[in-house]
Design a protein around this ligand. Structure first.
Ligand code: MG
Length: 262
């Protein structure tokens, strides 16, 4: 879906005005993706450290009254907890919105574990034949990372994943940056965001994300909410900023404006 967001670099006047409207709501939820949004995309996902200014802003927000913070990521909740350093302050949701408690997957049906084992084995076989390919098993999915694979090989590889294990009943496919992920649960970030919104009783939601899977969250936003896409690519978010540094600037602005209001 193509939205009206245009590329503006940092935080433009329209977005500043939106922040002012957002912070005036009685109860607010500020939610963010992790990789490519709070942290730079790196070759080794275990080293994706968050932007310090962004974390400080989220921490400040989390301690303000009637102000809630959430991170919703494709990572396992275990990884998200360790990397973000925000457990206890932010609500952390892993596995694309299906993992609210470590290892507990919403919507995981009987037999899904066996199916996940089978598709993981198939993907691992495929990856073994390709230099740079990396397989990551998560609680409800298996991710096939192609960031370090020869770009000429990637289209055929992805096609093999989609036509093979990706086409099995009970398996759904999520496309991300340099990754294709096969999940055995049918949930997404938009559903998770609505669950958190209801749990905290938020009057307005602010969501920032960079990837295709974040579009489910943008689509779930209403008239009083604010969606901000990071980087290039089609989006249904209302606003766009360039990069992680701009996210830190934006979250700092939200935190300081909200602090004045509460
Ligand atoms: Mg991301």
């Amino acid at each position: 879906m193509t939205g009206t967001a245009s590329s503006t670099g940092g935080v433009d006047e329209a977005l500043r005005a939106e922040v002012e409207r957002f912070v005036a709501h009685p109860v607010v939820l500020v939610a963010s993706d992790y990789d490519g949004t709070l942290s730079e995309l790196v070759d080794d996902p275990g080293r994706a450290r968050p932007n310090e200014a962004a974390v400080l802003a989220l921490r400040l927000l989390a301690h303000l009254p009637q102000t809630h913070v959430a991170l919703v990521s494709g990572r396992s909740l275990h990884d998200l907890t360790i990397l973000s350093g925000l457990a206890g302050e932010a609500r952390l949701v892993g596995s694309h919105g299906s993992e609210f408690e470590p290892g507990v997957i919403d919507g995981m049906h009987p037999g899904a574990d066996g199916l996940l084992d089978a598709i993981t084995a198939t993907i691992a076989e495929l990856a073994d034949r390709v230099p740079g390919a990396r397989v990551e098993r998560k609680p409800a999915s298996v991710a096939f990372h192609t960031r370090q694979v020869d770009p000429l090989l990637v289209p055929d590889l992805v096609a093999s994943v989609l036509l093979g294990p990706g086409s099995l009943p009970g398996v759904s496919v999520k496309h991300g940056k340099d990754v294709v992920e096969l999940t055995v649960v049918d949930t997404h970030k938009g559903i998770a965001l609505q669950q958190i919104r209801a749990a905290v009783g938020a009057d307005a939601v602010f969501f920032v994300g960079d990837d295709l899977t974040d579009e489910d969250a943008f689509t779930a936003l209403g008239a009083d909410d604010v969606g901000v896409k990071v980087g290039v690519g089609p989006t249904s978010a209302g606003h766009r900023i360039d990069d992680v540094a701009a996210v830190a600037e934006l979250l700092g602005l939200v935190a300081s404006r909200r602090a004045v209001r509460t």
